[in-house]
Design a protein around this ligand. Structure first.
Ligand code: GRF
Length: 208
């Protein structure tokens, strides 16, 4: 892979994950450039973060598109124009049908140990509420290659945290997010170094 790696960041919300990447890149700790930030929400806080750092932003409001296909085509067209090597879903809450040419080049981070506590509607606080309600003793985050299902696809890496007595969703979310800030850049480094690859069968197929 030629470095610096050319990234697109897809977001819908506060953009803390984007900020983590911006900071690492600016400090010279990640050999990457963010070529475009795509927001699926008009008023996502992440848009301002991107603009403050002079990054190109494209807003593709999901609600303006009649179907997931039309929305996905609009996103993919932006990725094509930006010429990116890797697409990072970073708090992106809209389903994106990955065109074959991007399969294996889209990764996502989820704030739980998939396959548990993932799927449609499982994002943000709800994930941590579900973890606490289930009474499990550990949680964490998962970076995975994305396919066309919510929070689904081969795992790149996970980092774990304990669930502590008396935890609140916010306390757990913060503990998990600290690990996310390590896990996601680590996954990008592994990808850049060619140390992780999507399944070979993906080279000739469409995402399921
Ligand atoms: C994180 O919990 C991440 O796992 C999930 O979105 C949250 C971050 O959102 N995919 P943001 O980066 O603050 O917008």
């Amino acid at each position: 892979m030629t470095l610096p790696l050319r990234l697109a960041v897809l977001l819908s919300g506060t953009g803390r994950t984007l900020q983590n990447f911006i900071d690492l890149i600016e400090k010279g700790e990640l050999p990457a450039r963010i070529r475009v930030v795509v927001s699926s929400r008009l008023n996502a806080v992440g848009i301002e973060r991107a603009r403050r750092h002079g990054l190109p932003v494209e807003i593709v409001p999901r609600k303006d598109y009649p179907s997931v296909e039309a929305f996905s085509k609009a996103v993919a067209d932006i990725l094509d124009r930006a010429e990116v090597d890797l697409v990072l879903m970073a708090g992106f809450t809209s389903l994106f049908h990955i065109p074959p040419r991007y399969l294996g080049r889209v990764i996502n981070i989820h704030p739980a140990l998939l396959p548990k506590f993932g799927g449609k509607g499982m994002y943000g606080r709800r994930v941590h509420e579900a973890v606490l309600a289930a009474g499990t003793r550990e949680s964490g985050c998962t970076v995975h290659f994305a396919d066309n299902r919510y929070d689904h696809g081969p795992t790149v890496l996970q980092r774990k945290v304990p669930v502590l007595p008396g935890d609140t969703p916010d306390a757990l979310a913060e503990r998990v997010f600290r690990e996310e800030c390590i896990a996601y850049p680590e996954a990008v480094r592994l990808f850049a170094d060619g140390k992780v690859r999507p399944p070979a069968s993906w080279a000739s197929s469409e995402a399921t």
